[in-house]
Design a protein around this ligand. Structure first.
Ligand SMILES: [Zn+2]
Length: 431
């Protein structure tokens, strides 16, 4: 009984993750080349026997395909599935399905990086994706009902991610899902390549933005993300981010969700600033820093730069960094299309050189609301976003100012929280 429940929850949870991607993909045309090899009689019976494995591997693999597709890595995608038989060897399996051949250097690289893939066992499910016919892009290995391994080709190498189903955490009746992965490229891309839902990636980035600089993360840094599942009476699965750990430069960074829905660290100190650090989903290169004493190289006169310039491509969504009210949304010769938002506490933020304004003066906005698309309007020498924070009528450096509510759990709430995370911390392990 409990294993059936588990299966339903896994499949439904994973399914839920992948719905937004499905909707996005409906409008794309060049993404429907899937090839499933005909299975012979013996394979058929194995499929039935292993239906549980098969379902979760297939559904999960779909998520990965969508994520990779969204990252625009692929022009032509072919997908294959195989149930491992006694004596099967990975390189032979991959070769067998590729009538046009396969880049064997990619396959040997994968096996060299992860020798564990030489230990396939009968009944396990393999799914893999080839790009432009010959290039192995992604391999999903369903080991047993509670573990799936994912190998993604990112840049010049493969990266392994592991998804585990954990039972009954914090006395919950329902399983939790643990994703562990390694950084290859940005944190956002690495987490996406494992199929972690976008909302959770943003929650983690926001909660940790004041403690670490995501641009300084390095290849090989590790992360673990724990998500709880719950089923209501109509069999809808609710999922929630319980906690996450990021390991970089010899240090661990943790976040946990308290019962009030907010994120705190191991000492129960709040991780939510009143502002998000960057007005874009990810931090972009800084093309000009905040500098009130900037000398104009031509005139030799001081011409202050009261904000920071991000090298943002035209059309990038721009977010309000905090809750507030739009006080300006207009065009000016110098600032181009620009927006000013008043946040209370004598604080104003300004966003300049925008392509498209999406809010009007008087409108109330929430932290993280999309207010504009970035551009290259006004006095601007190239596409960028100029961003300012003013406190008490004076500009401050948006990259170093701490506008953080120091909020700590106390009393009973703190005791409950610390008890909960005592269970979670050991689960956020990397091996
Ligand atoms: Zn500027």
């Amino acid at each position: 009984m409990s294993s059936i429940l588990l299966l339903i929850i896994i499949v439904m949870t994973i399914w839920k993750f992948f719905i937004p991607c499905t909707l996005l993909n409906k409008s794309k045309k060049n993404y429907n080349k899937e090839f499933y090899l005909k299975k012979d009689e013996s394979h058929q019976s194995e499929i039935i026997k292993n239906k549980k494995f098969f379902n979760s591997a297939m559904v999960y693999f779909d998520i990965l395909k969508k994520h990779l597709y969204l990252n625009k890595l692929s022009k032509e995608i072919n997908v294959y599935n195989h149930i491992v038989c006694q004596g099967d060897v990975l390189s032979e399996i991959l070769k067998k399905y590729s009538s046009d051949g396969i880049d064997s250097s990619g396959v040997s690289l994968l096996l060299q990086q992860y020798p564990i893939l030489r230990k396939l066992e009968a009944g396990q499910i393999l799914s893999w994706m080839m790009i432009t016919k010959k290039k192995l892009q992604c391999l999903v290995w369903n080991i047993f009902p509670q573990e799936i391994r994912v190998y993604n080709r990112m840049h010049a190498s493969f990266t392994e991610g592991i998804i585990r189903i954990l039972n009954q955490l914090n006395n919950s009746l329902y399983p939790a899902i643990l994703f562990t992965g390694e950084l290859n490229g940005t944190f956002i891309d690495s987490a996406r390549s494992l199929g972690i839902e976008e909302n959770y990636i943003i929650d983690i980035s926001n909660a940790l933005q004041y403690q670490l600089d995501f641009r300084k993360l390095r290849q090989g840094d590790r992360f673990a993300v724990l998500i709880s599942t719950m089923m209501d009476r109509s069999y809808n699965v609710e999922s929630k981010l319980l906690g996450a750990r990021l390991y970089t430069s010899g240090k661990n960074y943790y976040i946990f969700r308290a019962n009030n829905g907010k994120f705190y660290d191991r000492e129960a100190v709040s991780l939510e600033g009143s502002f998000i650090r960057f007005p874009t989903l990810k931090p972009f290169r800084i093309s000009s820093n905040f500098n009130l004493n900037r000398l104009n190289p031509v005139t030799g006169q001081v011409s202050p730069h009261a904000g920071v310039d991000f090298a943002v491509p035209i059309g990038t969504p721009v977010f309000s960094v905090g809750d507030g009210e739009v006080i300006v949304s207009t065009y000016s010769k110098i600032a181009g299309n620009y927006i000013a938002i008043k946040h209370g506490c004598h604080c104003i933020t300004r966003y300049m050189h925008l392509k498209k304004l999406l809010v009007i003066p008087g409108q109330k906005v929430k932290r993280g609301d999309n207010i504009a698309l970035s551009g290259n309007t006004g006095r601007s020498t190239g596409p960028h976003l100029h961003f300012e924070i003013w406190i008490n009528h004076r500009p401050v450096n948006p990259l170093t100012t701490k506008i953080l509510n120091i909020d700590k759990l106390s009393g009973n709430e703190r005791i409950i929280y610390l008890n909960q995370i005592k269970d979670i911390i050991p689960k956020l392990c990397f091996d």
